[in-house]
Design a protein around this ligand. Sequence first.
Ligand SMILES: NC(=O)C1=CN([C@@H]2O[C@H](COP(=O)(O)OP(=O)(O)OC[C@H]3O[C@@H](n4cnc5c(N)ncnc54)[C@H](O)[C@@H]3O)[C@@H](O)[C@H]2O)[C@H](O)CC1
Ligand SMILES: [K+]
Length: 490
Amino acid sequence: MTAHDLAVDLFTSAQSRAIDQRAMRELGIPGFELMTRAASAAYAMLRRRWPASRRVRVVCGGGNNGGDGYLVARDALADGLAVDLIALDPPKGDDARRARQAFEALGGVAKPLSAWGGLAPADMMVDAIYGTGLNRAPEGEAREAIEAINAARAPVLALDVPSGLSADTGACPGVVVRATATATFIVRKRGLYTHQAEVAGDVELHTLDLPASVLEAPDARLLVAESLPPRALDSHKGSNGHVLAIGGDHGTGGAIRMAAEAALRTGAGLVSVATRDQNVLAMNAARPELMPHGVDGPQTLQPMLDKASVLALGPGLGQAAWGHALWTTALDADKPTVLDADGLNLLHSEPRALPTKTVLTPHPGEAARLLGMSTADVQADRFAAARALAARFHATVVLKGNGSLIASAEGEVSVCPWGNPGMASGGMGDTLTGIIAGLLAQGCEPYHAACLGVGLHARAADVAAQDGQRGLLAGDLLIPLRHLVNGVDA
Ligand SMILES: NC(=O)C1=CN([C@@H]2O[C@H](COP(=O)(O)OP(=O)(O)OC[C@H]3O[C@@H](n4cnc5c(N)ncnc54)[C@H](O)[C@@H]3O)[C@@H](O)[C@H]2O)[C@H](O)CC1
Ligand SMILES: [K+]
């Protein structure tokens, strides 16, 4: 049994249900007991985060998520709060029915959604409509209730999963509760950390005191903050690798320059740029450390390839004859390679074997082209898409986006918990490419270089975004990046 760390282990909905069942069957913990523990953990969280709340409105669905809601409402009544409970459907299961009876035993009265408009304003909303059981877009009264919760001016505590968010994929098939915070039970569901998962707000895990024996191998893991170890004292520029950044056709040199800068700031010993963009070539005097060289084709590229230990291939490369010729020659060199941007587009038009150590860094659209599906299909199940791409090219894949995923060729998946919307700006992808190449150059294996690189990139962006997300530029990441990669407080 692999070592567990519930702080970072992520599970699918099916795994979560299997763990629930194992707790009931093998440990003999009744479902109602689990529900009771879930509710008391959620209520304690409510009181801790909103100690001044006096009137709570709980919206219950007909399943066990609703059951949790009845018991939160029961706890709130017992604690002297005013409670309005809206029941969208009668409880289907025994545990949920029992939970409703416990609520009513304290004088609680479940009301229909039609009563919503006549209720006194609540200072707190509890979303107990759907949890891991969501199986399609909310419709009818569930949809109306979700829209009413979102329209209210009160903070929202979601139980287990915000209703309308898939616990499996982080996709929202329809309307979704926008929660201020989510109390998730027993294990972290992987859909709470990628794609549209920002609707969960602050996620708090409550394990309900279950022993590790009910667990199983997680489906994925959250990245943890890490840096590179201090440099060896006898380190010299040759011992930290040589990144060759290849790209920048006429007039599109900015991207490859960003990648080269990032590789330098990540600590690569040497970086050189193979390009034919005049602006980058003109930088030689001002920025000798970028060592830009004009290349007109494979012949002039080859001696640079021979000296390089790692390639960053694709930014600004274009897909015309020049770019294609360099792309083919570079991949034939079988050096550890980060393939990005046009390097990925060329792979789509000419699928081929890749270097043994390759990291692909597609955004959802590039992944969709490589997989022959729509971008919507990729986003509908990012975990499956990242795994499929990694398996197809037997490479490490970074599927960028909210909650970037890193998949190894062997099917491991890590999820990035950092980052912000300010990152949706030009050059961010090129910077990531350079960071990963810089880590490969310093001896990281592909999957580790991709995980560490994605984490450093997003954490640097979060530090830089402290001055505002709008106007965040890729270059703003380079100073915090240097602090973070060295483990220095940024
Ligand atoms: N199982 C346990 O011991 C524990 C479960 N906990 C909570 O239970 C939910 C999961 O409950 P479940 O009954 O499986 O499903 P939901 O309550 O999430 O959904 C109810 C029900 O609704 C149907 N449904 C789903 N989507 C739709 C839709 N769009 N439109 C209409 N109907 C829909 C579907 O049939 C579902 O069964 C889990 O999240 C926890 O909150 C306890 O917390 C811990 C113990
Ligand atoms: K919910």
